[in-house]
Design a protein. Structure first.
Lengths: 146, 114
C-alpha cells in the first residue's frame, strides 16, 4: 500500500531543517538502515536548500512543496519550487580540477550520490526534483531527465 | 544542535574545537567568522578539530574549502583533525580527502605544521 504525505513549506532555512527531519523519520519508518536514513535526509536537505535558496530565492510569496511517498519497495520524495527553473543538464562537475576548490556547486552531486534515481522536471515556472531510494538495493545512481 | 567553536593554543598552533553541524546558515557562518577572526589576529596555523561535528552539508563542505583557501592565501596552513566516518566519507566522495591534510592524532598534527 502506498502512503503519501505532502507539505507546503515557506522559503526559509527552517523549512530545510523540517524537510530533512521528516525525511529521516519517513526513511526510518520505511525500513532503511541508519546510513541510508542519513543519506536520504541529506539528499532531501540539499534538494530543499536548492528550492529555497536558488529556486525561490527566499521569496516569502513562493512556497516549496514536498511530497513523501512510501511504496512497497521504495521511498519517493518530490520537492517542487516556484522559482525560475534549473538547467540540470549543464551543471558544472564539482569533481573537475577547475571546480574542486570552489565553495559551492556540490549539492546536486551529493543528491545523485545518495539516491538510486534522481529526476528533474521543469514546471514552468519552477523545478520539480524527484528522489527515489529503493528498499534493499545499493545506490545504482540512475538518472532520467525529463 | 547549533554550531560552537572554541580555540586554544598548542605549541604555536591554534586548535579550533568545533561542535555541532556545519550546514547552510548558522554553522557555516560560525566557521567563516572563526577563520576570519583568527586570520585577523595573525593566527595562521590552524588545526580544525571536527571530532564533535556530527554533520556537514554541501554548504559546510564549501565553507571548509573556502577556509582552506583563505588560510593558504595568507601564507598559513589549515589541517583537519578527528573526522567522523560521515565527514570522512563526504570528503572522499567529493574528492577533497586528498586536498586537505587530515590527521587523527592532535600531537602529531600540531607537530606537522611548518
Amino acid at each position: 500500500m502506498t502512503k503519501r504525505v505532502s507539505y507546503t513549506l515557506a522559503s526559509t532555512l527552517e523549512s530545510v531543517n523540517r524537510a530533512e527531519s521528516i525525511a529521516a523519520e519517513t526513511a526510518a519508518r520505511a525500513g532503511f538502515n541508519e546510513d541510508e536514513q542519513s543519506n536520504i535526509a541529506m539528499a532531501v536537505r540539499e534538494a530543499t536548500v536548492n528550492a529555497v535558496l536558488h529556486g525561490n530565492a527566499y521569496d516569502p510569496d513562493k512556497k516549496v512543496f514536498v511530497v513523501y511517498e512510501n511504496t512497497s519497495d521504495a521511498l519517493v520524495i518530490t520537492i517542487t519550487d516556484q522559482g525560475k527553473g534549473l538547467d540540470a543538464v549543464n551543471l558544472p562537475d564539482p569533481l573537475a580540477p577547475e571546480n574542486l576548490m570552489k565553495g559551492s556547486g556540490r549539492g546536486i552531486f551529493l543528491i545523485r550520490a545518495f539516491m538510486d534515481e534522481v529526476k528533474f522536471r521543469n514546471t514552468q515556472p519552477g523545478t520539480e526534483i524527484t528522489l527515489i531510494k529503493h528498499l534493499g538495493r545499493n545506490a545504482a545512481n540512475e538518472e532520467e531527465l525529463q | 544542535m547549533t554550531m560552537k567553536a572554541s580555540s586554544r593554543q598548542v605549541n604555536g598552533v591554534t586548535v579550533v574545537d568545533m561542535m555541532g553541524r556545519i550546514t547552510l546558515g548558522e554553522g557555516s557562518v560560525v566557521l567563516r567568522d572563526t577563520i576570519r577572526d583568527l586570520l585577523g589576529r595573525g593566527e595562521k596555523k590552524i588545526l580544525l578539530n571536527l571530532g564533535n561535528v556530527t554533520y556537514i552539508d554541501s554548504s559546510g563542505i564549501g565553507e571548509l574549502v573556502s577556509a582552506f583557501t583563505s588560510v593558504r592565501n595568507q601564507g598559513g596552513e589549515l589541517k583537519l583533525l578527528n573526522l567522523t566516518k560521515k565527514v570522512h566519507d563526504l570528503l572522499q566522495i567529493t574528492k577533497l580527502y586528498t586536498v586537505f591534510d587530515i590527521r587523527d592524532d592532535e600531537t602529531a598534527a600540531v607537530g606537522a605544521f611548518k
